[in-house]
Design a protein around this ligand. Structure first.
Ligand code: ADP
Length: 186
């Protein structure tokens, strides 16, 4: 089974829900940079203070900061015997993807599958508005979609060219989508 996975897709596509469920059922480390950053904000750490305003605007937190978080978690897992992982919300731009590639090379690991969750804008906005997180008001949502298109979407061809990308239609029930993703792992 493929167990080094990356979830890609616009905000609202349901990456977090699917990633959490899949990681729990397959015993993978679930690394959501959004969740980790929100935990830092909640804890009032220096890192959280730096990230909070940027997140509220729907922009990307600095690559260095996000990379430090991911690096420490992946290195820690590798040092304690390794195992599978699922990256959710990272990488989010080409520089992060390059840095991840380097980090994995250092760790002697490879991405085995990139799952692209696809959904059209109307449904994305509807879902995000229904969620009601601090950065889920309409203006910020539109900005996040723009940031996705400009900075994150180039990763689709980056990973497609490496032969790693598979797309999944992200409309339907949580179970239906989980089944589509599950069928890509063998
Ligand atoms: P969504 O998928 O709904 O956009 P996330 O929880 O993945 O939500 O991210 C929320 C916010 O956290 C982003 O808008 C951004 O400000 C910040 N963030 C998360 N991951 C990254 C990352 N890899 N690089 C930079 N900023 C990030």
């Amino acid at each position: 089974m493929k167990q080094r996975l990356l979830f890609l897709g616009p905000p609202g596509a349901g990456k977090g829900t699917q990633a959490q469920q899949l990681a729990a059922s397959k015993g993978l480390l679930h690394l959501s940079t959004g969740d980790l950053l929100r935990a830092e904000v909640q804890a009032g750490s220096e890192l959280g203070k730096e990230a909070e305003a940027v997140m509220a605007r729907g922009e990307l937190v600095s690559d260095a900061l996000v990379l430090a978080i991911v690096r420490s978690r992946l290195a820690q897992q590798a040092a304690s015997g390794g195992g599978g992982w699922l990256l959710d919300g990272f990488p989010r731009n080409p520089a992060q993807a390059e840095a991840l590639g380097q980090l994995l090379e250092e760790l002697g690991q490879q991405i085995e599958l990139v799952v692209l969750m696809e959904l059209d804008d109307g449904l994305l906005i509807q879902r995000l508005l229904g969620r009601g997180r601090a950065d889920d008001n309409e203006a910020v949502i539109r900005h996040r979609l723009e940031v996705y298109r400009e900075q994150t979407a180039p990763l689709i061809s980056f990973y497609r060219n490496k032969g790693l990308l598979q797309s999944v239609e992200a409309a339907g029930t949580v179970e239906e989508i989980a089944e589509r993703i599950g069928s890509l792992l063998d």
